[in-house]
Design a protein around this ligand. Structure first.
Ligand code: SAM
Ligand code: SF4
Length: 326
C-alpha cells in the first residue's frame, strides 16, 4: 500500500519519538533548565508506540526512525526495538542518538534489529562540544561511534548542526571525517527553535557550508538510497562516507518531504514547523486500530505543502525540538 498526500508526495517515513527527556542540554535544542517534566502517564507506553508503528506500516510507512529527546535514556528501549524490527512490511528501522550511551548499548541495538544509527555530533573539540551540549563528554560519543562499528553497524551517519562563530571552523574537519573514518556527514542548518539571545548570528546557509568544502575538495554528487530524506548528497572522490546538506531553513526541502512525526505523548505532526497537530490518545486509550488509521491518514492528507520559516525565525509555540524529535 502507498500513502500519498494531497500533492502526490509518497509518505513512507515515520519519525517516532519515545521520550522528550535527554541527558544533554544542547543550547539550540533545549533551555538550560531542561523542559517541564511530564507525568509518567502522559508518555506513551511501549504497547501504544507499537500500535502506532504497526498501524502506520499497514498504511504504507516503510521506514521508522526512533528519536527523542534522547531515545537511549528510556528504560526498556532495546526490548521494544526487537518487537518493532519484526513488524511485517517495515523495511528500515533506524535510530538517532546523541551517542552518550552508545558504547554500552550498541551491541544490544544491533541484535534488536536496528539497521542504521545517526549520531548527532557538532564538534570534534572537547571544549566546544561541552559548550554546545552544556556539559557533554566528547570522548564518550567517540567511544560510542567505535562501539557501533564493532557491534556490526555501518559507520554511523553524523548529524552536524553548523553555527557561525561556534563550530563553523570545523566544517572541513567533519568533511575529512567522511574520508578518514568513513562516516557520512549531514550538515544541518541551524534552526532558531529555542530563540536563544542573539540567535541570528549563528545562521549559516547550507550553500555557504558547501562552498567552503568545495573551495578545498572537488565533490561528486551521490545517488540517494530509497529511503533518503531531503538532503543533497556529495562525496569527496574516494571517500567511503558522503557529505549531505540539509537546507531546512533556506532551501526547497518541502517538495521532497516524505515524513510524518509522532511525539512521545502521542501528538502526530505532518510538518516539523507547523503548529498543526493531531492528538492520537483518543485512539490509543482504549486502543482502536481503525480510528488510529483514520487519524494517521488525516495527518498525511493535511500535510502542508511547505513550511513558512525563514532565517528571520519562525513562530511556532507549542513544542521544542526535543519534544518532536528533530
Ligand atoms: N537526542 C538525539 C540527538 O541529539 O541525536 C535525538 C533527538 S534530536 C532533537 C534530533 C536532531 O535534531 C539532532 O540531530 C539535533 O542536532 C537536531 N536539532 C535539534 N535542535 C535543532 C536546531 N535548533 N537546529 C537544527 N537541528 C536541531
Ligand atoms: Fe538532547 Fe538531542 Fe536535543 Fe541535544 S539535540 S538536547 S542531545 S534531544
Amino acid at each position: 500500500m502507498q500513502l500519498t498526500d494531497s500533492i502526490g508526495r509518497n509518505i513512507n517515513y515515520l519519525r517516532l519519538s519515545v521520550t522528550d527527556r535527554c541527558n544533554m542540554r544542547c543550547f539550540y535544542c533545549m533551555p538550560k533548565e531542561g523542559i517541564v517534566k511530564r507525568g509518567h502517564e502522559a508518555v506513551l507506553t511501549y504497547e501504544e508506540l507499537q500500535l502506532i508503528a504497526e498501524t502506520a506500516v499497514e498504511l504504507g510507512i516503510e521506514k521508522i526512525r526512533i528519536t527523542g529527546g534522547e531515545p537511549l535514556v528510556r528504560v526498556g528501549l532495546t526490548a521494544f526495538l526487537e518487537k518493532l524490527a519484526v513488524i511485517p512490511g517495515l523495511r528500515h528501522l533506524a535510530l538517532t542518538t546523541n551517542g552518550l550511551k552508545l558504547a554500552e548499548m550498541a551491541a544490544g541495538l544491533y541484535r534488536a534489529g536496528v539497521q542504521r544509527l545517526n549520531v548527532s555530533l557538532d564538534s570534534l573539540k572537547p571544549q566546544t562540544f561541552s559548550e554546545i551540549t552544556r556539559g557533554g563528554d566528547l570522548g564518550r560519543v567517540l567511544a560510542g561511534l567505535d562501539a557501533a562499528e564493532q557491534a556490526g553497524f555501518p559507520p554511523p551517519k553524523i548529524n552536524c548542526v553548523i553555527m557561525r562563530g561556534v563550530n563553523d571552523e570545523e566544517i572541513l574537519d567533519f568533511a575529512e571525517m567522511s574520508r578518514s573514518r568513513g562516516n557520512s556527514i549531514r550538515f544541518i542548518e541551524y534552526m532558531p527553535a529555542v530563540k536563544e539571545e542573539g540567535w541570528q548570528r549563528y545562521c549559516i546557509s547550507g550553500e555557504e557550508i558547501l562552498q567552503r568544502i568545495e573551495a578545498i575538495h572537488s565533490l561528486e554528487p551521490v545517488d540517494k538510497g530509497p529511503f533518503a530524506g531531503p538532503s543533497r548528497d556529495f562525496r569527496i572522490p574516494g571517500a567511503r562516507g558522503s557529505i549531505g546538506i540539509i537546507t531546512a531553513v533556506s532551501g526547497h526541502f518541502c517538495s521532497e518531504c516524505n515524513r510524518i512525526r509522532v511525539t512521545s505523548t502521542g501528538q502526530a505532526k505532518g510538518c516539523l514547523f507547523s503548529d498543526e497537530k493531531t492528538d492520537l490518545l483518543p485512539w490509543l486509550r482504549p486502543p482502536d486500530r481503525q480510528g488510529l488509521a483514520a487519524a494517521l491518514r488525516h495527518i498525511v492528507s493535511g500535510k502542508p505543502e511547505r513550511h513558512e520559516i525563514s532565517q528571520d525565525g519562525y513562530s511556532h509555540t507549542n513544542f521544542t525540538m526535543s519534544q518532536v524529535g528533530g
